[in-house]
Design a protein. Structure first.
Length: 342
């Protein structure tokens, strides 16, 4: 392949799984991204795969292994249940495919580290699809912190909660990696890591998980952490609430709040509200499609890998640390069983 081909040949994506997030968010983003083609969609139910390819293009495939064997697929977007991520991401990497795996990349830190080693050995791109990392509003917030706009940071509180899911939803299946911690809790945890600072390591101080006795999964919870410099972090999560997707940073001189923080729709213009003694202001930022940004960044990393450039993701350490914190929360949390009145 010539240098020009390396730069301009489309990145051909194969999709493993017919998940809702693929239909609503990521396949529209891949379809709209320059230099990206959806080559195939695999599901164990061929009718589901066909529904996707009728809308987004590509070939419907009736099995995951069959898709990985296709030579016209260069990269995989993995949209399977959490509990299947390690198995099929590993298979994709061993088949020589780059991987963008839905968050969480795996259900525990050991499996995440295993995939990272495998990708590094083969110089393949491996990314966790944590889309807020690609929204510039969080960089604006961090710049405000760095510039001292809030004074010394004292507290970070992040909340991602939404109403109960349909009874058959895969997130109620413990054997497939269900539960609110993996589905929603990773959002405030990861944003806290980003905003408090990667070098200011977060350590767990305590946690509570509410467990549904019928499914055995955690349906809500809260974690308390503290950074090495003394910033207190609270992460709230669950799917037994009214909707909230927000975080707040409280400094010595001002407080900053962001609503619709973690999964804003592409047309949403983020508003950063800053409150201080006797004064409040709102910074309205441009609308950005974080899903499109994720798709574009993944394709760009693959093009760089074609030239032999190193493929290590810039957020690999943060991805692994989030997985470690999830392990620690599960291991140490006080568990409260949900009751009918609770």
């Amino acid at each position: 392949m010539s240098d020009a081909d390396l730069a301009t040949n489309p990145v051909r994506i194969g999709v493993l799984g017919a998940a809702s997030v693929a239909w609503r968010r990521m396949l529209p983003a891949f379809s709209a991204a320059a230099g990206v083609e959806i080559a195939a969609v695999a599901s164990r139910d061929l009718a589901k795969a066909t529904r996707f390819t009728d809308r987004f293009g590509g070939v419907p495939v009736g099995g995951y292994a069959e898709l990985l064997a296709r030579p016209d697929v260069e990269a995989i977007y993995l949209a399977l249940p959490n509990g299947l991520h390690h198995e099929w991401a590993s298979a994709a990497l061993r088949a020589g495919k780059h991987v963008l795996g839905e968050k969480p990349l795996t259900i525990d830190a050991a499996a995440t580290a295993d995939l990272m080693r495998l990708a590094a050995q083969r110089n393949l791109v491996l990314r966790e699809n944590f889309t807020p990392a690609h929204h510039p509003m969080h960089g604006v917030v961090r710049d405000l912190l760095t510039d001292g706009r809030l004074g010394a940071l004292r507290h970070f509180t992040g909340s991602f909660c939404f109403p109960p899911l349909p009874s058959g939803d895969v997130r109620y299946q413990s054997d497939l990696g269900g539960g609110a911690l993996l589905d929603a809790g990773v959002y405030p945890l990861r944003l806290a890591q980003f905003l408090v600072g990667d070098e200011d390591r977060l350590e767990l101080s305590g946690a509570v998980l509410r467990i549904d006795p019928d499914s055995g999964v955690d349906v809500s919870g809260s974690a308390l952490l503290v950074s090495s410099s003394g910033v207190i972090v609270t992460a709230e999560f669950g799917f037994e609430h009214c909707y909230a997707s927000r975080y707040q940073l409280w400094g010595a001189e001002a407080r900053l709040a962001v609503e619709r923080a973690f999964t804003p729709p592409p047309e949403h213009r983020p508003v950063l509200r800053i409150d201080e003694q006797g004064h409040a202001e709102e910074l309205v930022l441009p609308a950005v499609d974080q899903y499109a940004c994720t798709a574009t960044a993944f394709a760009a990393a693959i093009r760089a890998a074609r030239t032999g450039a190193p493929t290590a993701a810039l957020d690999a350490a943060a991805t692994l640390r989030t997985a470690e914190l999830v392990d620690e929360i599960r291991a140490t949390a006080r568990r409260i069983q949900v009751t009918e009145s609770g």
